[in-house]
Write a protein that binds this ligand. Sequence first.
Ligand SMILES: CC(C)(COP(=O)(O)OP(=O)(O)OC[C@H]1O[C@@H](n2cnc3c(N)ncnc32)[C@H](O)[C@@H]1OP(=O)(O)O)[C@@H](O)C(=O)NCCC(=O)NCCS
Length: 256
Amino acid sequence: MVGFVALIPREIATPNGAATIHVLSFFAVHPDYRGARIGTELASRMLAISDRPILTYTEPGSHSERAFSQAATARGWTFRHITELRTYAGGAIPRSGPSVVARQATVEEFIAATRPREPTPIAWSQPTLEPARHYLSDPRGACLAVAETKNGDVLGAALIVRSEVLTADGAEDVPSVDAVWVHTHHGETLSAFRTFALERSSGTSIVTAPNLDVVPAAAIRQSGFRATRSAFNIAILGDPAELLTREVVSTNLEVF
Ligand SMILES: CC(C)(COP(=O)(O)OP(=O)(O)OC[C@H]1O[C@@H](n2cnc3c(N)ncnc32)[C@H](O)[C@@H]1OP(=O)(O)O)[C@@H](O)C(=O)NCCC(=O)NCCS
């Protein structure tokens, strides 16, 4: 085996109701075989069997971005860059008496908190029972969380995973707020997830967040997250006649 790629179905909410899209991921070719068009061929074969739009996360200007865009063109699809996702990082900020607190959630509580409030051109991830349970079987130790007010009003949900980042001291295990569903009180809610993610992991003082595109910039600052130099491009590959291919402006789907 010299390479692999995966096509993962994901339920999303769209302005026209729930839909399934594909995410192209786990894309790699053995270092001894790179540059021989194996990657482009793998991507092309995946596009050929996909009957729906595909989202990709790539490093800006990377070989994978080229491979995906060439595979899309070869299938008569468009490769539309949607946005750049900046990776954010935050440390612990001592705060007294926060008005919003995050806690571990059951699968059912998590699913209820991820349901969209109103139709928007954002492809909101809408996990059903099976994928939500699957998140929990992640060997890196995933956690489903909800954030709520003191009165118990649920304000949002988050998927928290463990990720590995390279720092000046080498590789470090850090919690990552991989996906967030926030519709109101964005700053306080995000801050609650950051605090919760840090509290439940020992030995680190950083938490990362690779996809905060659905959170207003002022709320990200208020929550204590700061932009790092790391970024991913998100693109949608699909039939240009499909509304979704043309109109999605963002997503909160997990990056890892
Ligand atoms: C991304 C990856 C899978 C591409 O596989 P690959 O078999 O090398 O890809 P291809 O040979 O089909 O090349 C794709 C494009 O990248 C270019 N490319 C690939 N390797 C290159 C190299 N060493 N130097 C310059 N360009 C290179 C190719 O020229 C091609 O562009 P072109 O058609 O305009 O010439 C492979 O580089 C890899 O495994 N990278 C590490 C894992 C990774 O980053 N995965 C992506 C996660 S989204």
